[in-house]
Design a binder for this molecule. Structure first.
Ligand SMILES: *Cc1c(COP(=O)(O)O)cnc(C)c1O
Length: 371
């Protein structure tokens, strides 16, 4: 069921002309409009698009005290044909539902989620950057607004979607990312909230993340909370190892964020007839494979960077180095393939893109674009 058009209040004056598209950051400039929807009296209502701006909230709002809040992250791309495409919003809608369920937040209709994003991208279409690698980052967020100091599930919520034109995430991606395996702190424990995209998980990573950066690393490599020996994920990405001719990634067992990029990579590996396994990977196995010369490559997968090749892993006294320059690395074709699908360069055989109809393209059939 397509959702009806949302009420729109346009901003008085666009801020677009003040944006330096040659020096985009990652989410420090926001587009002119945002979506908002409220939950009160047991239902979601008042869905609309309004100018981006501050929101009024009570200091007693539950989210500020006990962190009852979840978010999502996805991207819209301008295709080589000029047409905006949103990458797999249905998967984010699904994950938001899982996150909301874990945090006792009332579910959001998946079609409302997708349709709101589509209409917001249409309104701020001019904010979509043009160059390869650049995109419009989309950040849906849901948080508890009931003023109450009891530790309880809120009876009021706000659901917002904001967007930001962004460059590729890591300035260092070309040279690969360096990782420090964290020996003490962990990101998530069994039975906790590791699989949910909720703010508290990220607050807990700031201390070790800062330590990693101070010691000269880009990101923290998370190990399991019980034994500190199995690899979980890296920063805000899922991780893949190529051991011999097999790609290995840790399984989704509650402590790992189920990444949409991870899922896309697994599908592409299958399409290409590559061998892959979802199973626990210990640092011991990684080091043994490295020492035998069997560890071909390591890369992270997430919406922000798409695919980030890993150049170095430090684990206690041990340092593993990887040459990320060869053109035949799997991380390179995976990156190319995903970006080519996102930008309409290659055929979207799995139907991952949600094509945005704008005034400019409603007149011609987008499906007939040639590859
Ligand atoms: C968002 C996120 C990922 C990647 O998920 P994508 O859907 O691919 O962007 C991986 N790990 C963590 C901790 C994340 O927050």
């Amino acid at each position: 069921m397509p959702n009806p058009a949302l009420p729109i209040t346009l901003c008085q004056r666009s801020r677009l002309s003040g944006v330096d598209f040659d020096h985009l950051g990652f989410g420090d400039v926001f587009s002119d409009h945002m979506f908002r929807c409220e939950f009160t009296d047991g239902r979601w209502h008042s869905a609309q698009i309004v100018p981006y701006g501050p929101i009024a909230m009570e200091p007693g709002a539950l989210c500020l005290h006990y962190g009852q809040a979840v978010f999502e992250g996805l991207k819209a791309f301008r295709g080589v044909d000029g047409v905006p495409r949103i990458f797999r919003p249905d998967r984010n809608a699904d994950r938001l539902e899982q996150s909301c369920a874990r945090l006792c937040i009332p579910p959001i209709d998946q079609e409302l989620f997708c349709s709101a994003i589509e209409q917001l991208v249409t309104v701020d279409e001019k904010w979509l950057p043009q160059r390869r690698g650049e995109s419009l980052y989309i950040r849906p967020l849901v948080f508890a607004t009931e003023p109450n100091l009891l530790v309880k599930a809120s009876d009021r919520y706000l659901f917002l979607i904001i967007t930001a034109p962004v460059k590729g995430y890591f300035s260092t991606t070309d040279g690969g990312v360096s990782l420090r395996a964290e020996p003490n702190y962990t990101r998530a424990a069994m039975g906790g909230t590791g699989f949910a995209k909720t703010g508290g998980n990220y607050a807990a990573t700031l201390r070790p993340g800062t330590d990693s950066v101070e010691q000269g690393f880009d990101q923290t490599l998370w190990l399991d909370s019980r034994d500190h020996c199995f690899v979980e994920e890296v920063g805000q990405m899922n991780i893949f190892f190529k051991i011999g001719d097999t790609f290995v990634t840790p399984p989704l067992k509650g402590t790992i964020l189920p990444g949409v990029t991870r899922e896309s990579v697994l599908t592409l590996l299958k399409d290409h007839g590559e061998k892959f396994e979802e199973r626990p990977v210990s640092m011991e196995e990684v080091i043994l494979a490295y020492d035998r010369g069997d560890l071909q490559e390591v890369f992270g997968a997430g919406t922000a960077a798409v695919i980030a090749p890993v150049s170095r892993i430090s684990y206690g006294e041990k340092t593993l180095n990887f040459d990320v320059s060869p053109e035949n690395l799997a991380s390179k074709w995976l990156y190319q393939t995903i970006v080519d699908i996102q930008t309409g360069v290659t055929e979207d055989i799995h139907g991952w893109n949600r094509i945005v109809r704008t005034d400019a393209n409603t007149s011609r059939p987008v499906e007939s674009v040639r590859f």
